[in-house]
Design a protein around this ligand. Structure first.
Ligand code: FES
Ligand code: FES
Length: 540
């Protein structure tokens, strides 16, 4: 047995040579530290304090904490925790909330070391974390507000949670609560709500599920070797068609990179727990296999079964944004090639979206070996066609380079105008009907800007010609870190019109503006040196 103090109480766990994260979640039922990438140790979702110092618990052997003190978000000083939670709610710094408990623990350690750490120290501390939803600014603002000397403005009480949830549902698009329970890691994630005696299923080395009484046993029996960072270069699987084009673009495989790996559980004859408990995962989990698999296994075994994908499995088998290669003439006509793999979802939808905004662009599917691709991912097809036409339009008007305003209208009528400066700074205006909740709309727009900049500048995963995915760790996707995210201003136009999605238009407008600002390099990502995401300082 290993004995240690957890949030002020002495506890003991069996020494099974496992990680501290597994001891906390599996043996002690402590669900606030999250498993976003174990055993990669790269996302920060599992961060706890060991004797007051932040530690990534998925790579900390449980043995190492024998006789020591472990603190999760639940055991933080209540006054500090309340201050952090209030600031996160006030600033919209938590969307799905999966990354948030680990970030709060890290910030609490920062608060203990200095009076007012300042923004630079906050951004440095956040380097140990990844957040896919928020785009960092709201997190930095919340942290500075909670840890700084300025009082936290009490805005939360002035906000209507129903209107906030309505706005989140428009932007997600899925139900999402960002109140205090979510910030504390209680967003209802499927793997947190599974019965403690449920069997556990993980994918085996051949992809078929391995079922065992405990997660440790299931993993051991699956005999899987976890993915590592690769040195394989990014590849653009499609060639631009021959022709005299005014504009060409190639994109590569892009991982949706939602932080909560697919999970579900189900009892016999029951309804599987949703893999989308608190957010839409950018469309990436819409067809996730975990729910139906949990139901099937529960029926087969006659008892509840948890199904859990590892990060590595989600990357290998989850859907990617389909790579494209396009050539467009000045009149907007041309060819847009799109990758079609063995598992391609929604090609008709992709084609229809392109036709709706760019009727002169012929969509040409090209069969390639690769992971699943899906039109479910954030406006796939519409965004690519919109970016091409918006850039073409700007050039036709003699506009280009940094600070060129790009305006687009989204499929639901939301509009956005974006410009990207030479230093990477972004200014966005959004028209999304009645704002409903300004904090929520702004948070989603900041997240959309962050994702668009990453797509254009740095994101992609290496997939070889045989279709094998090589970048299996979450840090290898090229997601912009807090320190590399440029300043972003979001202006929301008040309106009494019916509320509509605004962040998808922000996503497309920002991508187009960033591409123009960077000189229209033919291949996205435009700036990625392997292993070193671009920084705002080196932005074009
Ligand atoms: S789960 Fe530990 S760092 Fe990602
Ligand atoms: S709120 Fe950070 S990953 Fe979703």
């Amino acid at each position: 047995m290993i004995t240690f103090e957890l949030d002020g109480t002495e506890v003991s766990v069996t020494d099974d040579s496992g990680s501290l994260l597994d001891a906390l979640r599996e043996q002690l039922g402590c669900r606030s530290p999250k498993d976003g990438c174990s055993p990669q140790g790269q996302c920060g979702c599992c961060t706890v304090l060991v004797d007051g110092a932040p530690r990534v618990s998925c790579v900390t052997p449980a043995r190492r904490v024998a006789g020591r003190s472990v603190t999760t978000v639940d055991g933080l000083d209540p006054a500090l925790r309340d201050r952090l939670v209030e600031a996160f709610v006030d600033n919209g710094a938590s969307q799905c909330g999966f990354c948030t408990p680990g970030i709060l623990v890290r910030l609490a350690a920062l608060a203990d070391r200095r009076g007012d750490p300042g923004e630079t120290a906050v951004r440095s501390a956040l380097l140990a974390h990844l957040c896919r939803c928020t785009g960092w600014h709201s997190i930095v603002e919340a942290a500075c507000s909670a840890l700084g000397s300025a009082p936290v403005p009490a805005r939360a009480s002035a906000r209507d949670p129903l209107l906030a949830a309505w706005r989140a549902a428009l932007e997600g698009p899925a139900f999402q609560s960002s109140g205090p329970p979510t910030v504390l890691g209680r967003g209802g994630f499927a793997d947190d709500t599974a019965p403690p005696d449920a069997l556990v299923a993980v994918p085996g080395s051949d992809g078929s599920p391995v079922v065992a009484p405990t997660l440790a046993e299931a993993r051991a029996r699956s005999a899987k070797v976890q993915g590592r960072n690769s040195t394989v270069a990014l590849r653009h699987p499609l060639a631009v068609p021959e022709g005299e084009w005014a504009l060409t673009l190639r994109t590569t495989w892009v991982e949706p990179a939602y932080l909560e790996p697919d999970a579900s559980w189900c009892g016999p004859g029951g309804r599987p727990a949703s893999a989308l408990a608190n957010g839409g995962a950018f469309g990436g989990k819409r067809r996730s296999a975990v729910g139906p698999l949990a139901r099937r296994l529960a029926d087969e075994h006659g008892r509840a079964v948890r199904v859990l994908f590892s990060r590595e499995h989600a990357v290998r088998h989850g859907p990617k944004r389909p790579p494209i290669a396009a050539g467009v003439r000045a009149d907007g006509s041309g060819v847009l090639r799109v990758a079609r793999t063995e598992q391609t979802f929604g090609l008709d939808v992709f084609r229809a979206r392109v036709a709706a905004v760019a009727p002169g662009l012929v969509v040409e599917p090209v069969d390639v070996a690769g992971p699943p691709v899906s039109s479910d991912l954030r406006g796939a097809g519409w965004v690519e066609a919109t970016v091409l036409l918006a850039v073409l339009g700007a050039r036709a008007e003699g506009r280009g380079g940094p600070d060129t305003p790009i305006e687009v209208t989204g499929p639901s009528g939301g509009r956005a105008r974006a410009r990207v400066a030479a230093d990477g700074a972004v200014r966005v205006e959004v028209f999304a009907g009645e704002i409903l909740d300004a904090v929520t709309l702004r948070s989603y727009c900041l997240g959309a800007v962050h994702q668009a900049l990453g797509w254009v500048w740095s994101e992609g995963i290496a997939v070889d010609e045989a279709g094998e995915v090589h970048d299996l760790t979450i840090r290898s996707f090229g997601i912009l870190a807090a320190r590399d995210t440029p300043s972003v201003e979001v202006a929301m136009q008040a309106s009494d019109k019916w509320p509509v999605n605004g962040s998808d238009a922000v996503f497309a407008a920002t991508a187009a503006a960033a591409w123009l600002a960077g000189g229209l390099g033919q291949d996205w990502p435009t700036q990625r040196g392997r292993r070193s995401p671009p920084s705002a300082r080196s932005a074009p």
